[in-house]
Design a protein around this ligand. Structure first.
Ligand SMILES: CCCCCCCCCCCCC/C=C/C(=O)SCCNC(=O)CCNC(=O)[C@H](O)C(C)(C)COP(=O)(O)OP(=O)(O)OC[C@H]1O[C@@H](n2cnc3c(N)ncnc32)[C@H](O)[C@@H]1OP(=O)(O)O
Length: 359
């Protein structure tokens, strides 16, 4: 019996080869696939020249995986082969001259860029279906609602402080420096007490923030606010209060709205940039302003003996709290280093992942 070659149509994607063999009602035996070739042997079916035995073999341009999916239907034989490496082939066969029985399958045909778009769309659908399969946290809405409200309250509080100080600066000029504490301290107390939640939030798994950087930030500010300014009347009308409060609030009026938008899955480019860039000048300036406040408070603590630790008479009268603050000054710069590194990494991570998303 004469053995004929069937008409074979082909198309490709980055990861697969599709072959459509024009053989109806075929009983097909697949030739043993190798890493670089595939075909059919002894296929009995109805082809272009009627009922007959058909076979073909193709030597591929690049290696393929040995497992082959083959399906014989009333109209045709479909063969799907996976490529060894997921990349676009410039042609199907090793030999540049295409065999006469081979033609493009225009029903499946895509050029490289269309196939890439199809791949991206598939990946997107897969991602969505995986996400929807992951069990939803039943308290997600509650958590997001709480975080949104927290950030909103902090945003309003710090905006009030910032606007109040800016307006007073315009109206009173330098004179406004000296009564910053009396006009804004209550609101600052409120905001900074609330900020303790920022240490609790990562512990409760509500946000991905590192516990340690948040603790350094909140504890560092609260020592300055409640101990250095809050406990010493003499410090409260010093100009340094203005600079400390102004630097704190300048970052927070951008950080909290950024978090608010994150809670509702939104991201404004400019706001994100401000949140991840403003700290570069503001954080060191803030720590310098805080250090000036601590240094100015040292003689006052020495004089007033506030928080001094009584010592046995052989060792002297008492140990001034200013020694603790001198140690704190060293910790401040250590804290600055830790948080500066943390914020730098956060910035890198944010912009690296965004770049990856764009490409
Ligand atoms: C006895 C005491 C000892 C202590 C000794 C310590 C010494 C202290 C020295 C240090 C002194 C510091 C004093 C401070 C001075 C100043 O503040 S000066 C002014 C300038 N300051 C700043 O710029 C700092 C601002 N602060 C911060 O950025 C943070 O507080 C941080 C903890 C330092 C870092 O923020 P972090 O949250 O880690 O980074 P993010 O990238 O923003 O967040 C991570 C992810 O978590 C999400 N998230 C975080 N919080 C919230 C929230 N409230 N609501 C919703 N979502 C939140 C955020 O969206 C991120 O998610 P992804 O984007 O999905 O990653």
């Amino acid at each position: 019996m004469q053995i004929l070659t069937p008409q074979v149509f082909w198309a490709q994607r980055h990861g697969e080869i599709f072959l459509r063999v024009e053989l109806s009602d075929a009983s097909v035996r697949q030739s043993d696939p190798t890493a670089t070739s595939c075909g059919l042997t002894g296929a009995q079916g109805h082809g272009a020249k009627g009922d007959n035995q058909y076979e073909f073999s193709l030597e591929f341009l690049e290696p393929v995986k040995p497992e082959i999916h083959q399906k014989s239907t009333q109209r045709q034989v479909d063969i799907k082969i996976r490529k060894q490496d997921e990349r676009w082939w410039e042609r199907l066969t090793l030999r540049e001259k295409k065999p006469l029985f081979l033609a493009p399958d225009f029903d499946r045909w895509l050029d490289e860029s269309d196939a890439e778009m199809e791949l991206q769309a598939k990946e997107k659908i897969n991602k969505i279906s995986v996400e929807s399969r992951v069990r939803k946290d039943p308290y997600m809405g509650l958590k997001k609602g709480y975080l949104f409200m927290y950030n909103l309250v902090q945003f309003l509080g710090f905006s009030w402080i910032f606007i109040n100080m800016t307006v007073r600066l315009f109206i009173l000029g330098q004179d406004s420096f000296y009564d910053t504490f009396h006009t804004t301290a209550d609101m600052m107390y409120f905001c900074q007490m609330m900020a303790v939640l920022e240490v609790a939030n990562p512990l409760l798994g509500l946000v991905k923030t590192g516990f340690f950087p948040a603790m350094i930030q909140v504890a560092g500010r609260n020592v300055i606010l409640f101990v250095v300014f809050g406990c010493l009347d003499e410090m409260q009308n010093k100009a340094v209060v203005f600079f400390v409060f102004y630097l704190w609030s300048s970052i927070e009026i951008f950080r909290y709205p950024f978090y608010m938008l994150a809670c509702i899955g939104t991201d404004w480019k400019l706001l994100t940039w401000l949140r991840y860039s403003l700290w570069i000048p503001l954080y060191p300036l803030g720590v310098v302003a805080e250090a000036v406040a601590v240094i100015q408070s040292l003689p006052i603590f020495d004089e007033t003996r506030l928080f001094s630790v009584p010592l046995p008479s052989a060792l002297g009268h008492s140990l001034s709290f200013s020694y603790t603050l001198q140690l704190y000054l060293v910790l401040m710069f250590l804290g600055l280093f830790i948080n500066f590194r943390h914020l730098y990494k956060q910035r890198q991570r944010r912009y690296r992942s965004r770049k990856r998303k764009v490409h």
